[in-house]
Write a protein that binds this ligand. Structure first.
Ligand code: SAM
Ligand code: SF4
Length: 268
């Protein structure tokens, strides 16, 4: 389906959970967050219902994100159910990689086609500082498990933080070459102002608004057509098609600011 500005919407990002096992400084507050109660989070069955209707409207690619998607119990069930949906061309995942050591093979078997792993530096001290509680060894093990599981076209998401890790780009590029990955650099941003996107670097993300082909589903069941907007469309399970059409039609020509959600609640 096309939106009001002739952009074809083919990509749905599902935030599986707003919980996370890291506390990245650019994403989460230090003291953590009050996570939604289980009963306020969409069940996997409901996420699949939304996905089915979205595919009927032209969605071809779905990405699972979060919070950290792999910390939600039973996520493999969601992957299996989504994979069965006719018309879905690609099912992908963005993860901090901490749990990939245990889960990469299972994710492959369940039907994930491709993985993006977030890693901003190879320096253990900097990694610790950035994630507040992370140990880089876990991600590195996860990365190797991803290769062993047979995943192809894996990307590393690297958020560029001026003055902190811009000097890590070269080592990250070398690392990606060695592993057969692609480095995807992301300009740092704050959701409260689209002009905060640091465009000093020629990073691959975020996309320009004119190229945006996405809508997003939050873990608590809201459709967001733009990351940089407060606008949210609630889901009507008696008429999901209409909710999705409304969301796509509500997509602004370009984003401005988003005060009602944090990045960890939408999934970037
Ligand atoms: N927990 C998973 C992870 O870290 O990959 C998935 C969710 S995370 C919110 C999705 C992506 O958003 C990650 O690649 C992360 O680096 C990126 N991200 C988070 N905060 C950001 C910010 N302030 N600016 C740019 N990218 C950001
Ligand atoms: Fe968690 Fe991902 Fe946000 Fe880091 S970027 S705090 S891993 S959701």
């Amino acid at each position: 389906m096309y939106d009001r500005f002739n952009r074809q919407i083919t990509y749905l990002r599902i935030s599986v959970t707003d919980r996370c096992d890291l506390r990245c400084t650019y994403c989460m507050p230090e003291k953590g967050v009050v996570a939604k109660r289980h009963q306020d989070i969409l069940s996997y069955e409901k996420m699949v219902e939304v996905a089915r209707e979205a595919i009927a409207l032209g969605i071809k690619k779905i990405r699972l994100t979060g919070g950290e998607p792999l910390v939600r119990k039973g996520v493999l069930f969601l992957v299996e159910q989504l994979k069965k949906l006719p018309g879905l061309e690609e099912l992908t995942l963005t993860t901090n990689g901490v749990m990939l050591d245990k889960m990469a093979r299972l994710l492959k078997q369940a039907g994930i086609d491709r993985i993006n792993i977030s890693l901003d530096t190879l320096d253990p001290e900097k990694y610790k500082k950035l994630t507040r509680i992370g140990d880089i060894k876990h991600v590195l093990r996860g990365i190797d498990a991803t290769i062993e599981a047979g995943f192809q076209n894996t990307k590393i998401n690297m958020v560029l933080i001026p003055g902190f890790n811009d000097d890590d780009v070269q080592s990250m590029q070398a690392f990606c070459r060695e592993k057969g990955f692609t480095l995807q650099r992301i300009n740092h941003y704050s959701l409260v102002d689209i002009d905060s996107i640091n465009r000093n670097y020629t990073a691959e993300r975020p996309l320009e608004c004119s190229e945006c082909n996405r809508i997003r589903l939050t873990a608590d069941g809201r459709l967001k057509a733009c990351l940089f907007s407060d606008l949210e469309i609630p889901l009507d399970f008696n008429n999901l098609r209409e909710s999705l059409i409304q969301a796509i039609q509500s997509k602004p020509e370009s984003g401005t600011c988003n005060f009602n959600r944090q990045i960890w609640q939408i999934g970037g």
